[in-house]
Design a protein around this ligand. Structure first.
Ligand code: ADP
Ligand code: F6P
Length: 322
């Protein structure tokens, strides 16, 4: 079947590089003579019929911007049959033959459901969390990792000046990748992630005490948000290790900012590949990075996959943070 018009949307938490993906989708499609509708605020815009035509110039000057020009949202109504049917009716009315969905696992479930109901969708992994099992990499992760590193480098200056300990809570949903990798990058004394649950307090306190014996005076502890209890951990460290301790929650600061080169390049490649699939009438696929290559997988298969944490990296991190 010939595609005449496709839609593109960004869904779930925004991530730096989403704009670069939107740009690639629009430019690739326009170059092939396909019209593109930008759907606003993820699946919400599909239900509320908020869409606008995008041409090659409408995506100028966005490649370097964080956030998403299409806006993003979480839309629980879309999970209900009624919301889904409204979305499909709007797609039909607007003549949308296929959609590129840029988001996380939840967004891919929506893309799968739409594909199942006759609207071919292609998913592109866009989330800072790097928590999509089928892909080695998600758009936004590299930018976020570098932002965390820069923020914690600053925190280090003040922690060092005051001989304090800081417990830094890192966003990342239930995935420890951001915490583990940034923890190594900032030389953290201890790293706590949801995938490896030692006796957390004991593990952190033991590590701080051990380094105190070799005269270490300031400490950075990186804790994934999925762990919870950041402030309580700070109080416990203060009491048990006799070191003044502050808790810092990075929060949404992590999610903004200009995307790194890596995020722009991966997003551009993925956007291009997504449109190539739709052009062939292929839907229900996700574009992923596997072994440094951009490939596509069936959404059902992709959603069934399970993530595993890099235990070797965790071991190395603690071995050298002494
Ligand atoms: P992410 O895509 O970052 O994982 P969410 O899990 O919040 O973010 O999902 C984004 C949106 O995708 C949801 O608000 C909803 O509209 C849609 N979605 C999530 N799960 C499903 C599902 N099981 N079926 C259909 N749509 C879903
Ligand atoms: O998925 C991205 C993310 O920033 C997670 O790291 C975090 O758990 C969540 O979204 C926060 O969501 P919200 O922006 O709705 O507070």
């Amino acid at each position: 079947m010939g595609m005449k018009r496709i839609g593109v949307l960004t869904s779930g938490g925004d991530a730096p590089g989403m704009n670069a993906a939107v740009r690639a989708v629009v430019r690739t499609a326009c170059e092939q003579g396909i019209e593109v509708l930008g759907i606003e605020s993820g699946y919400r815009g599909l239900i509320e019929n908020r869409m606008r035509e995008l041409d090659i110039r409408s995506v100028s000057d966005i490649i370097h911007r964080g956030g998403t020009m299409l806006y993003s949202a979480r839309c629980p109504e879309f999970k209900e049959e009624e919301g889904m049917q409204t979305a499909i009716a709007n797609c039909k009315e607007r003549g949308i033959d296929g959609i590129v969905v840029i988001g996380g696992d939840g967004s891919f479930r929506g893309a799968r459901d739409l594909s199942l109901r006759g609207i071919p969708c292609i998913g592109i992994p866009g989330t800072i969390d790097n928590d999509i099992a089928s892909s080695d990499y998600t758009i936004g992760y590299d930018t976020c990792l570098n932002t965390i590193m820069q923020m914690v480098d600053r925190v280090r200056d003040t922690v060092e000046s005051h001989s304090r300990c800081v417990v830094v809570e890192v966003m990342g949903n239930r995935c420890g990748d951001l915490t583990l990798n940034s923890g190594i990058a900032v030389g953290a004394t201890a790293i706590v992630i949801p995938e490896i649950r030692d006796d957390i307090e004991k593990h952190v306190i033991q590590r701080i005490r051990r380094t105190q014996k070799t005269d270490k005076k300031h400490f950075i502890v990186m804790v994934a948000e999925g762990i919870g209890g950041t402030e309580a951990l700070a109080r416990k460290i203060e009491k048990e290790c006799k070191v003044e301790t502050r808790a810092v929650i990075l929060g949404h600061v992590q999610r903004g900012g200009s995307p790194t080169a890596r995020d722009r390049v991966v997003a551009s490649e993925m956007g291009y590949h997504a449109v190539q699939l739709l052009l062939q009438g292929i839907g229900n696929r996700v574009i992923v990075v596997r072994d440094d290559k951009i490939v596509d997988l069936d959404i059902y298969e992709a959603l069934k996959m399970e993530r595993s944490v890099n235990t070797e990296l965790y071991k190395i991190a603690h071995e050298i943070s002494i």
